[in-house]
Design a protein around this ligand. Structure first.
Ligand SMILES: [Zn+2]
Length: 74
């Protein structure tokens, strides 16, 4: 007679998301104009299958960009 061994119970999942939420996300804000609208720039990426691969990504304040200033926020 073959007895099926029940599957091991799944490891306990954290009941709360406090472990992931312990570090709150920072809302990006421009240090120059306090704006919160940004555009992402990619420098030196390779075009592969119509998608960008690699390169350096930077977030530039859009408000300052309109004034001709390049403020890299992240
Ligand atoms: Zn700005």
């Amino acid at each position: 007679m073959l007895h099926l061994v029940p599957d091991a119970p799944p490891p306990d999942k954290p009941k709360t998301r406090t472990s992931r939420a312990s570090k709150p996300a920072d809302m990006l804000q421009c240090p120059r104009c306090q704006g919160r609208e940004f555009i992402e720039t990619v420098i030196g990426a390779m075009l592969q299958a119509r998608t960008l691969k690699g390169g350096t990504r930077q977030f530039v304040c859009f408000g300052c960009m309109l004034k001709g200033e390049r403020i890299v926020v992240a």
